[in-house]
Design a protein around this ligand. Structure first.
Ligand SMILES: *Cc1c(COP(=O)(O)O)cnc(C)c1O
Length: 376
């Protein structure tokens, strides 16, 4: 692999993103659409590039978190439908309609408000109604009768989709997913009996799809994590995931300096590491400002010269110190791997997350803006 002129960078495989997308599509089945979730800069991978890859694979829908994220995709020329999953605030209205973004709407009063804004501007606006089926985060808890009542009175807001979100799809010790599915199914059915059949019905993100919790009647799935190569670990007795996805990202950093320290030397802030013997350490150009969790201090590992090696002392803002006693050939300008494969060693976001006491999503989204994204 050629060395790139960046102190810290991630390499992202276009081909692996496309493969992951195809695996999702195969698992979703023939008549089910795949909405690619590219919120939070595509979980740190770069939303514009990822959106282009998904669009080239035929994705008709993308999902972002906010209006500005949707606008950024439109500025880059992305033409797919874009669902704004957290909806919009009144001051975002203009950008939402100008850039043809589709909001998720989370309450019946917001449906009425959307209808009023659309009518006043002389247009019709599509939206997806989010049902809170039991996660108690976003979405309406209104009954089907109440929803039908409001839909009957809307003239300029068009119900294009109905959605909900699972709280515990990877947890097979809990009945929450079945309860949420049943709640949502009841609303979909009551709306259908009232003659309301939105074009899109979607509830499954990565885990529900991977562990086959998606009911037969949905029309679209909504994965993010899987596109980036991950499926969450399960609790309880779970089936094997049906997705064949792999991480797409490799994170590397340059060594800035190397030194030999004597037995008893204290390394880094607070002297929290004491060398048990003479050793060679390297200082690498990535710290917590780049997304190396501070919690990896004296706990985490990186790969140097093809071997896992410990982080020594505290992770600093811009720098991290590691043990390279096994790799005397390494010097300034050489690279180590923070996430990915090198030789026989590998580290993925789930392994790092476990050590840092967090989740893989947090590791991926935490990779800092100054870490160059390089697509290969
Ligand atoms: C983030 C998100 C998704 C994607 O979830 P993954 O677990 O990454 O597949 C789907 N739907 C909603 C509402 C989300 O917030």
């Amino acid at each position: 692999m050629p060395l790139l002129p960046y102190r810290s960078y991630v390499l992202i495989s276009r081909e692996q993103i496309a493969r992951n997308y195809r695996s999702v599509r195969a698992a979703a089945g023939r008549n089910v659409g795949v909405m690619g979730v590219v919120k939070a800069d595509a979980y740190g991978h770069g939303a514009v590039e990822v959106a282009r890859i998904l669009a080239a694979e035929g994705a008709a829908w993308l999902a972002v978190s906010s209006v500005p994220e949707g606008v950024a995709l439109r500025h880059a020329g992305i033409q797919a439908h874009i669902l704004v999953m957290t909806g919009f605030l009144p001051y975002e209205w203009q950008n939402m309609v100008t850039f043809s973004l589709t909001p998720a709407v989370h309450s019946l009063s917001d449906v009425a408000e959307l209808n009023r804004m659309a009518r006043d501007s002389g247009r019709t606006v599509d939206y997806h109604l989010k049902i809170d089926s039991g996660m108690h985060r976003m979405g309406t808890r209104a009954s089907a009768a109440e929803i039908i009542g409001v839909l009957r009175s809307t003239t300029h807001a068009n119900l294009d989709g109905l959605m909900t979100h699972f709280a515990s799809a990877a947890d097979f010790t809990s009945s929450q997913t079945e309860e949420q599915s049943a709640y949502f199914a009841r609303i979909v059915e009551e709306l259908r009996q009232a003659g309301i059949t939105p074009a899109h019905i979607h509830l499954s993100s990565t885990n529900a799809l991977a562990y086959q919790r998606n009911p037969a009647w949905l029309t679209m799935v909504r994965p993010g994590h899987a596109l980036y190569g991950y499926v969450s670990p399960t609790r309880g007795e779970a089936p094997k995931p049906v997705l064949d996805v792999k991480p797409v990202l490799t994170w590397r950093a340059k060594i800035m300096t190397v030194k030999d320290v004597p037995e008893g030397a204290l390394v880094g802030y607070g002297g929290s590491y004491r060398a048990p013997q003479a050793m060679r350490v390297a200082v690498i150009a990535a710290g917590y400002a780049d997304g190396v969790p501070h919690r990896l201090s004296n706990r985490g590992k990186v790969i140097a010269a093809g071997r896992l090696t410990p982080i020594l002392g505290t992770v600093c803002m811009d720098l991290t110190t590691i043990d390279i006693s096994h790799a005397s050939a390494l010097g300034p300008g050489d690279e180590v791997t923070l996430l990915g494969h090198e030789g026989d060693a590998h580290l993925d976001a789930q392994q790092i997350a476990r050590i840092a006491g967090t989740i893989s999503y947090n590791i991926l989204c935490g990779i800092g803006a100054r870490v160059e994204r390089v697509f290969v």
